[in-house]
Design a protein around this ligand. Structure first.
Ligand code: M6R
Length: 608
């Protein structure tokens, strides 16, 4: 979490920093700050709240100079106030630092500094690093950073500048993302590429432990042993438009409406005639034949896509598959063997728990595949192969297009692996491929048709305190995801259950005004779910049903009916979740919530 930006060049640094921070605000939005060097020391400005507050501060009390660092914060250590905001300044007032991540051993380092008489201003872990660096500095900032790194445990992306070396920024990373942008006579750094798109498309993805020194003359990169590195420079294909709202009120709504295009991108070139083609992953058939078990590791919405993925993988490959919350997996003393194939799912590719779980399975000899949206991010770089979902930048904290494209990715993976193993017959594959081809158009028609019904439903139920979502088999994860979307952006309590669990407890919640969203598209568990709905209706509960077009029984039963196009059961989670995304969105907007930046959350969870 937190976003960091740095600039060296001849522009006004604050303008570049603010522009970059705007693109990174999705990573944290409790407070923000900048530090600028202009030959007369370190000038720091901070403000609590959104970036707009910092802009106000800068317009009344500006700072000028061509070298600077900026930060937008998601608080980990210390409440969001001005003192705890970054940048932090060392005890001698000369060194300034921004940090994304957590210094796990900060307490012990802080005690050591306190004993040496260093006075602390903030409650943050980051301030410790500022003081350590100031103590280590002997005229060479790069060397000071290299020396202090040896003392730090945890995850960090750090950028530092010093009043006595006012022409440079030194940066490094371990477990948190950091990219370098190359310009002509100017250079940049940021947590994520969109922050730099206005200025450059030439990007260096910094590897773990590398150090970078940015000046107007160039960027020098070193590995952890200070050996110079010739880092590869990539030309990013991301565009600024992709990171703009383009007329939509919120990024989330834009991203919901981008799903037809995003899905078309996910399947582009991966279906040929009547076959699935995931040859780009170069999965060795021998390796696949040796797989005795698949584990899907992910967090949040990506975990729910992994739950659908489990059903798809077992359906098409017949390999036993388990799904794990990565945060549980890493402490579960999991059994890992070389016959295990691990699929790590992540929109950002930077989620700390997923990344750590991945390290554990790699150390155990498992094979790894990433299903990921962000090119060049850490999770794909740690995996043997990657299926990029190609959804384009997802800025809204609530994940939408990343989810549906992950689901499409799992269909491709499951069918592709299944065919390699000879476990999918060609007629079945042809049907699935046709279903995939139809998907973008079906999602488009759903978005065009259902908005009115969903808006009406949101208006009717926005003031209730609790919601229940139920589904079965492929759509049990849809229930979990629908509930997560609602609680995360509207702050209404919502829970997802497997329909078959109702009688084992949750049914006790049902009474006159209690709303249940029942996801019951055509498929082998539809009738079972209809029985669950009957039981709710018999107890006078209110039911919103998501059903296949033309389901008359659902029409009779439901208090509100939301219809989705007919499709194969395996693809139904992709269609069924779309009205649930809209329901969450319209409920939240009618309640006046900050949809793109819900309270207490951040887009990328890069700390544990
Ligand atoms: O980037 P990732 O997919 O790894 O992120 C995982 C979760 O943090 C993420 O899905 C989160 O649950 C979303 N805010 C849900 O909308």
């Amino acid at each position: 979490m937190c976003g960091i930006v740095g600039y060296v060049g001849s522009r006004e640094a604050t303008e570049v920093l603010i522009e970059g921070l705007k693109r990174l605000e999705y990573r944290g939005y409790d407070s923000a700050g900048v530090a600028v060097l202009n030959g007369s020391g370190v000038q720091v400005r901070k403000a609590v709240g959104r970036l707009s507050e910092l802009e106000k501060t800068l317009s009344s009390n500006g700072v000028h100079g061509g070298v600077g660092i900026g930060h937008t914060r998601w608080a980990t250590h210390g409440v969001p106030n001005e003192v705890n905001s970054h940048p932090h300044v060392s005890f001698d007032g000369k060194l300034s630092i921004i940090h994304n991540g957590i210094i796990e051993n900060y307490r012990e380092l802080k005690n050591e500094l306190l004993e040496q008489g260093v006075a602390f201003k903030s409650d943050t872990d980051t301030e410790v690093v500022a003081h350590l660096l100031a103590k280590a500095y002997d005229g060479d900032l790069l060397k000071a950073v290299q020396n202090v790194l040896k003392r730090l445990r945890g995850a960090y992306a750090i950028a530092v500048c010093h009043a006595d070396q006012p022409d440079r920024i030194v940066a490094t990373r371990m477990g948190s993302p950091l990219v370098i942008g190359l310009g002509e006579g100017e250079n940049f750094l940021a947590s994520d590429v969109p922050a730099l798109l206005k200025y450059t498309r030439k990007i260096i993805y910094l590897e773990e432990g590398w150090l970078a020194e940015l000046t107007t003359c160039g960027v020098r990169i070193f590995d952890a042993d200070m050996k110079p590195v010739e880092a590869a420079v990539s030309e990013t294909s991301l565009t600024l438009d992709a990171a703009e709202k383009e007329g939509y009120e919120h990024f989330m709504l834009k991203e919901i409406h981008e799903q037809p295009r995003a899905l078309a991108e996910t399947i582009r070139g991966r279906i040929e005639g009547e076959r699935v083609d995931i040859g780009e992953l170069q999965l060795d058939p021998e390796m696949l034949r040796g797989v005795n078990r698949i584990a899907v590791l992910a967090c949040g919405t990506s975990l729910y896509s992994g739950m659908v993925g489990k059903y798809l993988l077992e359906r098409f490959t017949r390999i036993p598959t388990e799904t794990w919350s990565a945060s549980e997996f890493r402490y579960a003393d999991p059994v890992i063997d070389p016959g295990m194939l691990v699929i790590a799912v992540s929109q950002s590719g930077e989620t700390a728990d997923t990344l750590e779980a991945l390290r554990i399975v790699k150390a155990g000899g498992a094979r790894t595949i990433a299903v990921c949206n962000v090119m060049g991010s850490s999770i794909p770089r740690h995996c043997d192969a990657t299926l990029y979902t190609r959804a384009g930048p997802e800025i809204g904290v609530a994940s939408t297009k990343a989810y549906t494209t992950q689901l499409a990715g799992f269909v491709l993976l499951a069918a592709g692996i299944g065919r390699t193993l000879g476990r999918v017959d060609s007629a079945e594959e042809a049907k699935l491929v046709q279903g995939l081809r139809d998907l973008p158009g079906q999602v488009k028609s759903l978005l065009d048709e259902d908005i009115v019904a969903v808006k009406r439903c949101a208006k009717r139920y926005k003031d209730v305190f609790n919601f229940m979502y139920i589904g079965r088999h492929f759509n049990y994860p849809t229930a979990l995801e629908g509930a997560l979307k609602l609680k995360e952006i509207s702050y209404i309590h919502a829970e997802g259950y497997a329909g078959g669990e109702m009688k084992h407890g949750p049914l006790a919640l049902v009474e006159g005004t209690f709303p249940t969203i029942a996801i019951a598209p055509e498929g082998k568990t539809r009738e079972k779910l209809i029985s669950n709905v009957q039981e709710i209706k018999a107890r006078k509960g209110v039911v919103v049903m998501v059903s296949t077009h033309g389901d008359e029984e659902a029409r009779e039963l439901a208090d509100y009916l939301i219809e989705i196009p007919a499709c194969q059961e395996e693809l139904s989670p992709i269609l069924a979740v779309v009205p649930l995304q809209l329901l969450a969105y319209y409920t939240a907007t009618q309640l006046g919530r900050d949809v793109d930046k819900p309270r207490n959350l951040a887009k990328s969870v890069t700390v544990e």
